[in-house]
Design a protein around this ligand. Structure first.
Ligand SMILES: [Zn+2]
Length: 183
């Protein structure tokens, strides 16, 4: 297992579409483990990683790795949104490929995603709230979309300062208690 270098903006690969994985071989397995290591390794005083798409380590394949609440990792192969529902909700997002920047993004509350597990088994995820937001963010990566593309107002972009506060261009400090947080 190994930590891989994370690709950051403005690298144009982040705007490319990833391809479907037709065979789950050793290479795919290894990539998934390495992505989990890379997420685990991404810890600063004020930030931590919870999920990543393969394009963020330079591989244009439909693979997402997510850290679950119990600390274990799940690999989602060829994840596809089959249903979006519920209210549009605003939530705070950041991205390992856009370090130090956060933005308020509108997303649907609930999502259904069909995907394949590392053992080849098919499954359907039905979820809402933060996990729904994370899934939508990661599946966007597979389509070459960054969260910053979805921020409709530049005043909803924030920079993380050294004290861990989120400050807008205008100098407003975001009161995070009003928002759910997603990475
Ligand atoms: Zn991201």
């Amino acid at each position: 297992m190994a930590v891989i270098k994370i690709i950051k903006v403005p690298n144009p690969i982040l705007k490319k579409k990833s391809k479907k994985i037709s065979k789950i071989d050793k290479k795919v397995e290894q990539l998934a483990y390495n992505m989990a290591d890379t997420i685990e390794n991404y810890q600063t005083d004020v930030e931590s990683g919870v999920a990543m798409a393969a394009v963020q380590v330079g591989q244009l394949v439909n693979l997402v790795v997510i850290k679950e609440e119990d600390g274990s990792y799940a690999a989602l192969i060829n994840p596809k949104i089959t249903k979006l529902s519920g209210e549009e909700e605003e939530g705070l997002e950041g991205c390992l490929s856009v370090p130090g920047i956060y933005g308020i993004v509108k997303r649907k509350e609930k999502v259904e995603v069909k995907c394949v597990a590392i053992d080849g088994g098919k499954f359907l995820i039905k979820t809402s709230g933060l996990f729904s937001r994370i899934l939508q963010h990661e599946i966007d990566h597979l389509n070459g979309i960054l969260f910053t593309d979805r921020v409709d107002d530049l005043n909803k972009l924030y920079k993380l300062d050294k004290e861990g506060r989120l400050v807008s261009k205008k100098g407003d400090i975001l009161d995070e208690s009003e928002l759910s947080k997603g990475y």
